[in-house]
Each structure stands twice: as structure tokens, then as C-alpha cells.
Design a protein around this ligand. Structure first.
Ligand code: ZN
Length: 123
């Protein structure tokens, strides 16, 4: 994809799309602190136990579906600080098509994303 000239704005815009979907299902979770900055290239985002989400500015260059997938992934870490079955059940509810979209292309893309997603900082 062409390099986006406002990657932070694009990521925050997609966060504004994803948050109400998440919050409708999980209304007791407080709005997190969100920042976008340069992280290591293989990291999509990270979520601290205190509720701070940091997204990699490099996400601004990937597809909208993939950005949203990473955002939903990080939002699920506000509830589950791990990659347990419960975590993936929560993620599947929020982003049910993420395994079905675009067949092989997305599979490959998501494999890359799973590789680039994230470190969790438990504090
Ligand atoms: Zn994760």
C-alpha cells in the first residue's frame, strides 16, 4: 500500500470506529489511554495492564480491515491479558469475519499480522 501521509490520524480514526463496537459489548471497560508512536517493526500494538494502548505508527500503512483487527485485538487485552481461548472468543465476537475475509490473501496478511502483533506489558 502507498505510504499514508497521516498514519496517526488514520489509526485514531479507525479506533473511533472500533471503540463503540467494543464498548457496546463491554460497557464496564473504561475508555483507554491511546497513543500512536513508532514501535519495533514487528509490533502492531501493545496494551498495558493499566489500560494504556500503544499502536505502531506503521499500522497506518496497512489495510483498513487489518488495522481494525489489530485494534480489536488490543481492545480485547483490556479484558484478557493473555491469548487464552476466552481472549479469542471475545475477539471473534467483535471481529467475526477476520478469519473469513478475502481467503488466502487475508490468511497470509493475518499471519504477518500475528507475527507483528504485539507485546503485552503486564504491570
Ligand atoms: Zn495479543
Amino acid at each position: 500500500m502507498p505510504r499514508n501521509n497521516n498514519p496517526k490520524g488514520r489509526i485514531l480514526n479507525e479506533f473511533s470506529y472500533c471503540w463503540p463496537i467494543f464498548s457496546a459489548r463491554h460497557p464496564t471497560v473504561p475508555y483507554p489511554s491511546v497513543e500512536v508512536k513508532k514501535l519495533a517493526p514487528h509490533i502492531g500494538g501493545r496494551t498495558s495492564a493499566s489500560g494504556q494502548i500503544t499502536f505502531n505508527v506503521l499500522l497506518g500503512d496497512i489495510s483498513t480491515d487489518s488495522i481494525r483487527h489489530v485494534i480489536f485485538h488490543e481492545l480485547c487485552h483490556l479484558i484478557h491479558h493473555n491469548h487464552s481461548r476466552e481472549f479469542y472468543n471475545t475477539l471473534d465476537e467483535l471481529d467475526p469475519l477476520h478469519q473469513k475475509r478475502n481467503g488466502a490473501y487475508l490468511e497470509k496478511k493475518l499471519q504477518n499480522l500475528e507475527n507483528l502483533i504485539e507485546t503485552i506489558n503486564i504491570q
